[in-house]
Design a protein around this ligand. Structure first.
Ligand SMILES: [Zn+2]
Length: 289
């Protein structure tokens, strides 16, 4: 390998988070034996040993959790089977349910205000227990488009805790409409006048020495549970991120046409079936509601 190989074309993409004088790392020699992953043994597996309380939504065979603190994106969720299996180990039932659950979690996140896209990722090198990532890309921030979103999640200042918790509660309630149990609690009510609330938010951001976070807009869409929204409503304007231009004002066409953008105020009665992808709910799986 030469001392200074050329950078790949994506180093020039608007979504690439870095600029300046970059150099490629040299590639190490391959190892003979790879190290084991975290939790190869179920007894040591964090997913297997975590109680349901650590998750925002649970069902008979699946659980959804968030990270334990806000990060740079509005919401990051992780879908896991209860069984200690990796992707290629799933039996047909769980494999089929993974497809349905993937669509549901994507829609749950996309139902949140301010979310333009949801990127779904599965990497297999960290924990052995299957975990699928769902990364919410905030509306308007075109530099966050694409595969560098997971990097931006670590680069951008963390979103404020309150709207983050509200989004978790709303996503969990959305999932629970199809079965399972929502465990995420909406944030406690802050009885503060909106104008004063914004001032406090700005003061808090300034006190932390960072720029306001990318997406702090509380959800106002008609989502699953009135209680979740009523308890959270902290109006705060969309902020600006470090080194990012203002978001574009126009929704991309397919985001505007998202089937979940308009929902009935009265949820249709749900069968008791908790199983995602159960034969009884092909309509739901196809997004007819
Ligand atoms: Zn496990």
């Amino acid at each position: 390998m030469s001392d200074n190989p050329p950078l790949p074309p994506y180093a020039e993409w608007p979504s690439f988070p870095f600029e300046g004088d970059l150099r490629l790392k040299s590639l190490d020699e391959p190892v003979e034996i790879e190290p084991s992953r975290h939790g190869e043994n179920p007894a040591d597996c964090l997913a297997c040993t975590a109680p349901d309380e650590n998750y925002i939504w649970v069902s008979e065979r699946w659980r959804v959790r968030s990270l334990d603190h806000p990060t740079g994106l509005p919401v990051v969720l992780i879908l896991e089977p209860r069984s200690h299996l990796d992707l290629g180990d799933l039996p047909n039932l769980l494999a089929a349910e993974l497809g349905v659950m993937t669509v549901r979690v994507e829609r749950a996140i996309r139902s949140l205000d301010g979310v333009a896209r949801v990127h779904v990722s599965r990497w297999g090198d960290g924990a052995a227990h299957l975990h699928v990532w769902f990364l919410a890309r905030p509306h308007g921030y075109l530099q966050l488009q694409g595969s560098f979103l997971s990097m931006w999640n670590d680069i951008l200042p963390a979103v404020p805790e309150e709207p983050w918790r509200e989004n978790l509660a709303l996503a969990a309630a959305w999932l629970a409409e199809f079965g399972g149990t929502a465990l995420a609690e909406p944030p406690r009510i802050h009885w503060t006048a909106p104008s004063r609330f914004e001032t406090e938010q700005e003061a808090a951001a300034a006190a932390e020495g960072g720029a306001p976070a990318v997406m702090v807009k509380a959800s106002t869409k008609d989502t699953a549970r009135d209680t979740a929204r009523a308890a959270g409503a902290g109006p705060s304007g969309p902020g600006e991120a470090i080194a990012l231009p203002d978001p574009v004002a126009v929704l991309p066409p397919d985001a505007a046409a998202a089937p979940i953008a308009v929902r009935s105020a009265v949820p249709a009665p749900e069968p008791a079936a908790d199983a995602p992808g159960a034969p009884a709910d092909p309509g739901k799986a196809l997004g007819t509601r």
